[in-house]
Design a protein around this ligand. Structure first.
Ligand SMILES: [Zn+2]
Length: 238
């Protein structure tokens, strides 16, 4: 994966940019703080201020490595300089829940060593789910894990992103814990690691908080058995 601007500057929500390519309903920009989505996380949305006004950006599509910003107005063909604005509230909701899902994952992993994540999804409405390859576990045990997540939120633990050599990452147990949502390395062979100090360390390309204390309380809303081995944990921000 590429190193996104939102990885380098997670607090950048508004900046100038230049339109590189335009079609009805979509544009390519020379730089963008929008997260394009991926790994189970929805993309950012927001707005582009242009010479003639403001247009909403309803999504991001990556086609052949080119990142298109999808516009709410199909009559516009943008050109030249613009101002890009990320929907900060939506970004924050997703980052809270995404960070919380790492903590949940760590608690499951600690309690049931070696457990792999088989799927994950973080939505823009403050809900999400994680699927684990876990058999013969009482669903009530999983349901009670939100208390542990809330303890980590209350403790205000620092969250950092660091890069490690992708070749080394494979030798560190637990670092790449996901069967389906682990990001590929950057073009120069590095893997982005999200490190929640003393709690969790794993490869991820999404958007996160810089401190767990910035999350609203976390609630597990449902635990379902999906097939013989898979458990689906549904959760939301309280
Ligand atoms: Zn993540």
């Amino acid at each position: 994966m590429a190193v996104y601007l939102c990885h380098e500057q997670p607090d950048l929500h508004e900046h100038e940019a230049t339109v590189l390519d335009a079609e009805p309903e979509r544009v390519v920009l020379d730089r963008s703080a929008f997260h394009p989505g991926g790994g189970g996380q929805v993309c950012d949305t927001g707005w582009i201020d242009h010479a003639g006004g403001t247009v909403a950006v309803t999504g991001v599509e990556t086609v052949g490595g080119v990142v298109w910003h999808v516009l709410a107005d199909d009559s516009l063909e943008l050109a030249g300089p613009v101002v890009v604005r990320v929907d900060h509230e939506r970004r924050s909701r997703v980052a809270q829940l995404h960070t919380d899902s790492h903590v949940l994952n760590a608690l499951v992993y600690e309690r049931f060593p070696g457990t792999l994540v088989t799927g994950a999804q973080v939505n823009d409405d403050g809900t999400g789910r994680m699927d684990f390859d876990l058999s013969e576990i009482d669903n009530d045990v999983l349901r009670g894990l939100d208390a542990g997540v809330n303890e980590v939120i209350r403790s205000g633990i620092e969250v950092r992103s660091v890069y490690v050599d992708a070749g080394d990452a494979g030798t560190v147990a637990g670092l790449v814990r996901s069967l389906s949502v682990a990001p590929p390395p950057t073009p120069d062979g590095r893997l982005r690691i999200i490190d929640i100090d003393g709690i969790d360390r794993q490869a991820c390309g999404g958007t996160h908080l810089s401190n767990t204390g910035a999350s609203r309380p976390f609630r597990i809303t449902k635990v379902e058995s999906k097939g013989k081995r898979n458990r689906r944990i549904r959760f939301s921000l309280d």
